[in-house]
Design a protein around this ligand. Sequence first.
Ligand SMILES: O=P(O)(O)O[C@H]1O[C@H](CO)[C@@H](O)[C@H]1O
Ligand code: HPA
Length: 289
Amino acid sequence: ICCSFEHCKFTTEWLLSRTRHRPKIAVVCGSGLSLLAESVSNKQVFRYEDIPNFSVSTVPSHDGHLVFGNVKDKSCVFMQGRFHLYEGYSLCKVTFPVRIFKLMGVETIIVTNASGGLCQDFKVGDIMIIKDHINLPGFAGQHPLCGPNDERFGIRFPCMSDAYSKELRKLVLNISAELGYSNFVREGVYCMVSGPNFETIAEARMLHILGSDSVGMSTVPEVTVAKHCGLRVLGLSLITNKVSLDYSREEKVNHEEVLHISKMRAEMLQKVLNTFIARSHQVEAINSN
Ligand SMILES: O=P(O)(O)O[C@H]1O[C@H](CO)[C@@H](O)[C@H]1O
Ligand code: HPA
């Protein structure tokens, strides 16, 4: 096993002995969204290649930096760049950082990504609060929890019907309204495909019929492992392109376009995120009631 409890413990202790930060919130920055980590104070950066047992980022715009820092008075850790199945990493490597965060004492994980809009009401640049997901690779056995279950992380058969915290989603909706962003903040179902190719029109139609509002190549493994080990999850997806469901449409998506849109909207997402982090204790209060 390449990502055993002992491997996770070793990496966690390596990090804890090199930083004074003790984050309670972790953020995974999706494609083109590295900016999310830029405004932290008291910043400390580790390169992925220097962290034992970590993988390295191979996708353009995924910087490969683990950034510790404060947002207001909240200690956070940011992944500037994530790992994807299509890079050739096993799902245990893809999700390894999530378990490190858990062992470090993180309680809430915020996963962000760039995705293609399937819901016909969505516009490019919208933020979709992920309310649920479809684990398409999981149906075919590409699942991060396959293999022996280590009870120190979680149970064999975890429940996924409440993977995305209702309270956290509600807080983001409230914040979006206060910031005047309600017109482009939506809720929806994210579907993971393995990639690396973008969808054919027939595939996109199928995903739409199955109930997916957006499609991407990440996030679901991280969320599954996070839920398994008891982290609270918030998922935010930036709609970077409209996925063609129609043979008469001529648009052709590419990664540069995805990055262009996500970089354009990253500042707005950062505003939502920073306000959310500053106010996340409000949800802790809800939970303890
Ligand atoms: O999901 P993130 O990492 O944001 O990236 C999305 O953007 C890339 C395609 O342009 C794919 O990796 C897709 O998953
Ligand atoms: O249209 C898409 N499909 C899959 N992944 C994506 N990531 C951004 N846009 C897309």
